[in-house]
Every structure is written in C-alpha cells, then in structure tokens.
Design a protein around this ligand. Sequence first.
Ligand code: NAD
Length: 357
Amino acid sequence: MIPPFVYTASPARVIFGSGTLARLPEEVARLGLSRVLVLATPQQAAEAQILAGRIGAAAAGTFAEAAMHTPTEVTERALAVVTRDNIDGLVAVGGGSTTGLAKALALRTDLPQVVASTTYAGSEMTTILGETHAGRKTTLTSPKVLPEVVIYDVDLTLTLPRALSVTSGMNAIAHAVEALYARERNPVITLLAEEGTAALARALPVIVRTPADAGARSDALYGAWLCGICLGSVGMALHHKLCHTLGGTFNLPHSETHTAVLPHAVAYNATVEPDAMRRIAGAIGKKDAATGLFDLASGLGARMALRDLGMPESGIEEAADLTLQNPYWNPRPLEKDAIRALLRAAWSGQRPDEQGL
Ligand code: NAD
C-alpha cells in the first residue's frame, strides 16, 4: 500500500548531455537577457572567460571570486558589479560555491540564473541557500534562488579531479539517502533517490580508474541531478545537520565532510528505517547500507576520518551539543550519548559496524 503523501515539484528547465554548453547563448536569448554576468571561482576563471566569449554581445563581464560557503562579503562585491554594469541575468559555471553566489545574488535582485554545473553537489536543483556572515553560516529557503535553467554538460565534469569526484558523488548520495527516510518522503522522490544513488555508485569506481570516461561521467552527472532533486524536494535529517554544524564550526571541507559522516548517520538510523536501509544497500550493490557506504567511499580512496580533515578531538563534545541545540527532524530521536559516539567514530574514521551505536 502507498501511504498518503504530498509531492511538490520545483520548476526548472534542465538541459543534459555532452556538448550542451553550446546551447548557452540560445538559453540566454530565450530568457531575453542582454547583459549577463558570468560567475566562477578563481580556479575556474578561465572557463568564465570562455563562456563570456561564447555568449558574445549579451555578456557584460565575468566575476570570478566565488568561494565556499557563500561569504556575504563576496556577494556584496558582486552586487556592486551587478548594479554598476546594469546586469540583467546571471550565468554560473562551477560547483556549489559558484551556484551559491548566483543564488545569493538572485535572492537580492531576483535576476534570472542559468547554471552550468561542474560538480555533483546538486545545489542548482534546490531553493536552499547557505550564506556565511561574520564566520556564521545560516541557511534559508526561497523560491527566488532556484535557477531558471540548468545546463548539465558532461564534458565540463571531465576535469573534476578524482578525489573531488568521489567526495562530491558521496555528497550527492547523501541527499538521496536522507530523502529515503525523510519525514516528507514520497514515492516519486524514493524512485529518484534509488536511481540517483545507483547511477553514482556504478560510475564512481570507473571515474577513479579513468576520469575521462564519458559514459561514467554521464551516469554520475545524471545521478547527481536526481540526488539534487531529492535534496530540493524533501527535508533533510541528522546527516545534513551534522555536516552543516561541522562545516560551520570547524571550517571543514564540504563534500569531504559529507563523505566521512554519511556511513555513521546511516548507522544511527539503521534500526528504525529498515526499508530505507534495504533500498540504499540495493542501490549501491552491498549487503548493508552503513558499512556498504563506508566501503564504497574508502575503497575509492576517500579520507574517512574527520580528524584528517582538520577537526580537533575536543570538537566532538561541542559538535554534539550544537547538533542537539536546533535539531532537524530525524527518524530516530537524537540521544546525546549516541550522537557523541557517532561523532567519535566519524572523527577517528572507524568502520560503522564496529561502534555499536
Ligand atoms: P565547490 O563549488 O567549492 O568546488 C570545489 C573546487 O573545485 C573549486 O575550486 C572549483 O572551482 C573546482 N571545480 C569545480 N568543478 C570543477 C571541474 N569540473 N573541474 C575542475 N575543478 C572544478 O565544491 P562543491 O562541493 O560543488 O560545493 C560546495 C558548496 O556548495 C558548499 O558551500 C555547500 O554548502 C554548497 N552546497 C549548497 C547546496 C544547496 O542546496 N544550497 C547543496 C550542495 C552544496
């Protein structure tokens, strides 16, 4: 029997394939834009220039200062350029950091956005925006920040380094995993979550061996898109709360933190969500969800210990306190001792079945 559910879809135009970036000028014209600003990180400044060249007369310039966790001072600088140059639209080329800058600008200006995604983070599919001001990261939700057009060009992902491909892929899988046990779970999102996880789980090992494998890159980007829809459609639980807390408090790298925490968050919820666990294990082709996720990521060379990502041991207690302070809904109630044990296991990089949560 299908339990009752509510399903809300986010409007978005998605263009997927190899070479799809060639459609960018057409999409800019379709939105009626004549002065777009092309956004990127400093590392992808050259891509922004190339894109501006392709857009031609409708490109007013580039701004290549996007940074992780969307610092408001960067947004303010970009906003000054938007005003000065009479910008009427935004084009982002990059991962979650660049998309975050586009979304922060759209929140303040309502300008339309075309996002060309180059990682598996999935931000382009959500109405969520995290921003950092004076060292504190806060998250908001607004339909204003949802990009109008998303271009997934598989060719753009061929350069994503091996290690980042793995952790970004695990970041995407984390969205799907938590969608499977979300309070707002529904049959459509469950299908997308299983399909997205399976596509990434079969693609990542091939990408680690052959980063330019076009088929595996296509599967991974397709999976990332589906996982992004999951993140944008239902509420997230303990795992995302932990990563948000750890990232904000100890300035840990985003996708790497997701990778190290996910098996332990899943282990925490395992006993109360057997159906979700069966679906996760099935999608990754393993017997058990929590250990399977750990083995998948560690087998692909990911660092599984938060201590190796820069978290101090003394931070375990603080992170446990913060997680319990404004908790997200979670299928298993949050118990301080068990959360502390979870954090310790993730901090030391233990395989989850050894911790006895
Ligand atoms: P990122 O955007 O910070 O990219 C990491 C680095 O890799 C950057 O230097 C970038 O320029 C480079 N890079 C990206 N794609 C590349 C490619 N194809 N080839 C070579 N280099 C490439 O990393 P991310 O993990 O995509 O994004 C993390 C940020 O996104 C965090 O701030 C996180 O909070 C946010 N995020 C937000 C949401 C949301 O829904 N709001 C969802 C997921 C992530």
